[in-house]
Design a protein around this ligand. Structure first.
Ligand SMILES: [Ca+2]
Ligand SMILES: [Ca+2]
Ligand SMILES: [Ca+2]
Length: 229
């Protein structure tokens, strides 16, 4: 194994850092200083069903803000959504978020894109100078789920630089799956899925998109009837 953790792992240069990504990484580093309540990789896996359930409930919120019911939230709908949720982001910030989460570049937030966007808002909205408020966005249940996702990321990001590197992922896996090679292989495969630009580092946005795929959120495409799980 060539890659020992150290200076060489700095993401600078290998990642085109946008303003938004810089903010995201900074917010994650601040949050990381509070530590993680996760004790193991397994701990995260065990939380999947609950996270899945909570995110699916978010479909109501999505539909509420998809005013013309075309299955996507366009930039104007998003601005009204932020206004309604009292999320005081500037136009530029909203545009940046939209662009960052519009993965298929169709100028609309599909359900999975919207969830990632809201979770990034949750992370970014944290004001370190403010007294800890009960709720940042007025959606306590959903925010608890977002907190779990942030917490999981912080657990994986051992050196607290705001990115999960391949070696951190290996570390997390080795720590917990004593001898279980197959689950380690699966986890590595998942890491590779997360790491879109293949630079060996995964940021929180990539992590979230991967997560929506794992729990199957991205399969939820404007289905008509109710799903009976
Ligand atoms: Ca719409
Ligand atoms: Ca889109
Ligand atoms: Ca890291």
């Amino acid at each position: 194994m060539g890659g020992v953790m150290g200076k060489g792992e700095s993401p600078k240069g290998s990642i085109t850092e946008t303003k938004l990504e810089t903010k995201m990484v900074e917010a994650m580093r601040r949050r990381a200083s509070d530590g993680s309540s996760m004790k193991s990789f397994n701990n995260i896996i065990l939380k999947f069903p609950k996270i899945d359930e909570s995110l699916r409930k978010c479909k109501d919120i999505f539909q509420q803000f998809d005013e013309d019911a075309n299955g996507a939230i366009d930039p104007e709908e998003l601005k009204r959504c932020f206004h309604k949720l009292e999320i005081n982001f500037t136009e530029e910030e909203i545009d940046d978020l939209f662009e960052a989460c519009d993965i298929n570049e169709d100028l609309g937030m599909k359900f999975n894109e919207f969830i990632v966007l809201l979770c990034l808002v949750y992370l970014l909205k944290e004001d370190p100078t403010a007294v800890h408020a009960k709720s940042r966005m007025g959606m306590p249940n959903l925010e608890a789920t977002f907190e779990t996702l942030v917490d999981a990321f912080v657990f994986l990001d051992k050196n607290k630089d705001g990115y999960v590197s391949k070696s951190e992922m290996i570390h997390a896996i080795n720590e917990t799956t004593s001898g279980e090679r197959s689950s380690g292989r699966i986890a590595m495969k998942r890491f590779e899925e997360m790491d879109w630009d293949k630079n060996g580092m995964v940021n929180f946005k990539e992590f979230l998109f991967a997560f929506t795929r794992w729990v199957g959120i991205d399969d939820v495409e404007d289905e008509e009837g109710e799903e009976n799980a």
